[in-house]
Write a protein that binds this ligand. Structure first.
Ligand code: FAD
Length: 432
């Protein structure tokens, strides 16, 4: 097994962008070359804003954006029910609808910019780990009534026709969702932005940010100075170290992924009637999807620990065995981890923090569509003074509680894991 992640191994050669080496003056400087930074850059370029530069410490997609599960679906890390409870129907609908439009925008940009990113536009299944059918009924009804999002109910038999696992008790099918190769997608966004004039600089860690004579001034590690009217910090869980309040409001949390060896016909046997991606109804859920080269990509767990590839593979193989015991003998070729960024309120932090200083972060485990929604809303605010960004103002930059936040996150995850197990155990006893 290799430490390299599957996406790096399969994405092919990357374009490389020069490090920032000349002092300069730009309109907008974006820090971070993950989806949030790339979506903001492309959103600005599409709106005709000139003088945009993007500075990335490593390479595009180095962070969560080049390591994730590849599920593209609407919604946020915060549950739909909580979103409604906290914001009321109209406000919650506006935010949820922005993520639905972002899913459509993924498809449009793939088409428009000819981004080859192993798109599988065949939906996502939410499989019920528990026997309790109320879980499915209530989520289906809430999504339909509040957000006009119609997920199809799958009976136990219908689910088994699609996924050869005895583990599940029916599910919901979200047709308007897709999965893709995350790193190819990130690089494709970068190519599209560069083609429209965005100056991308890799290997350019920014280590200073200050306001000098009414302009923001960024300094890179190599000493290059860039002056900008607007700065957008998009550094996810790979904290920028540039603005204490912005960094303090984010808790980086690790999560794990592995990819099996190519399974050939065995993959077809596990997914006899679908190519959809799958996650389950536990708080501590598994997520997995069939890859085009017949591997199974499997992810799950959250932790504040950064584990070795071998430890990640061991842990996730155990999870996979609970669902597909028929894969007991397969080899795991790749295992890796990545950092998600979470705010205490589980919603993205998107907005203007001080005049000319913006941030887009804390997308949690729901970043593929939400980063695009954030990039659009920030680009529209900068380019067109669009007030839609105010919809995110309800979710500010509360202290994430580090270092205690790590212990709290781990404790709360372990507690929810225990609750999942207890519910499962009680249901099996009752079913006997
Ligand atoms: C393992 C895993 C699985 C996931 N699965 C899914 C999924 O299936 N579906 C989904 O919707 N979401 C998923 N997510 C979440 C999603 O990947 C993230 O929400 C999203 O990628 C966040 O993008 P970002 O641009 O905010 O951050 P990142 O992609 O982490 O990018 C931040 C970038 O900022 C750079 N940076 C930091 N500091 C500096 C600095 N000072 N100067 C210059 N650059 C700097 C970093 O190098 C990094 O490249 C998953 C995340 C992980 C980790």
């Amino acid at each position: 097994m290799t430490q390299q992640n599957y996406y790096q191994a399969s994405a092919g050669p990357a374009e490389s962008y020069p490090a920032a080496s000349a002092h300069g003056e730009v309109e907008v400087a974006i820090v971070g070359g993950g989806y949030a930074g790339l979506a903001t850059a492309l959103g600005l370029a599409e709106r005709g804003v000139h003088g945009v530069c993007l500075l990335e410490a490593e390479q595009l997609g180095f962070g969560a954006s080049g390591r994730n599960g590849g599920f593209v679906f609407a919604g946020f890390s915060l549950s739909e029910a909580e979103l409604l409870r906290q914001l009321g129907v109209d406000h919650a609908r506006r935010l949820y609808a922005a993520t639905q439009r972002a899913v459509a925008l993924v498809r449009q940009r793939i088409q428009r910019y000819q981004i080859d990113c192993d798109l599988v536009d065949q939906g996502v299944i939410w499989a019920n780990w528990f026997r309790d059918p109320e879980l499915l009924r209530s989520r289906q009804a809430l999504l339909a009534n509040a957000f006009a999002s119609h997920w199809q109910r799958l009976s136990v038999d219908e689910l088994h026709q699609r996924i050869a696992s005895a583990r599940y008790h029916g599910g919901l099918f979200e047709a308007d969702a897709l999965h893709l190769h995350p790193l190819k997608w990130a690089r494709g966004l970068g190519r599209a932005a560069a083609a429209q004039g965005v100056a991308i600089h890799e290997q350019s860690p920014v280590n200073r940010l200050q306001k000098v004579a009414g302009r923001w001034q960024l300094g890179t590690q190599s000493g290059t100075l860039i002056r900008a009217r607007q700065v957008v910090l998009c550094c996810g869980g790979y904290l920028a170290g540039l603005h204490p309040r912005i960094d303090r409001s984010v808790l980086p949390v690790a999560t794990y992924v592995m990819a099996t060896e190519p399974l050939g016909n065995q993959l077809e046997a596990c997914f006899p009637g679908t190519r959809a991606a799958v996650y389950d109804s536990r708080f501590a859920f598994d997520y997995y999807r069939p890859l085009l080269d017949t591997r199974l990509l499997w992810g799950g767990r959250i932790s504040v620990l950064d584990r070795s590839a071998a430890a990640v593979a061991r842990l996730l193989r155990g999870d996979m065995m609970q669902v597909f015991p028929q894969l007991a003998d397969v080899k795991i070729d790749f295992a890796w981890s990545g950092l998600m960024s979470y705010a205490r309120h589980e919603m993205p932090q998107v907005g203007q923090i001080e005049p000319g200083l913006w941030c887009a972060q804390a997308f949690g485990g729901h970043g593929l569509a939400t980063t695009l929604a954030a990039g659009e809303v920030i680009a529209a605010a900068i380019a067109e003074h669009d007030p839609a960004i105010q919809d995110y103002a309800a979710f500010g930059l509360p202290w994430a509680g580090k270092p205690f936040g790590y212990a709290a996150a781990q404790l709360s995850y372990s507690w929810m894991q225990w609750r999942d197990r207890f519910k499962d155990f009680r249901e099996s006893r009752l079913a006997r």
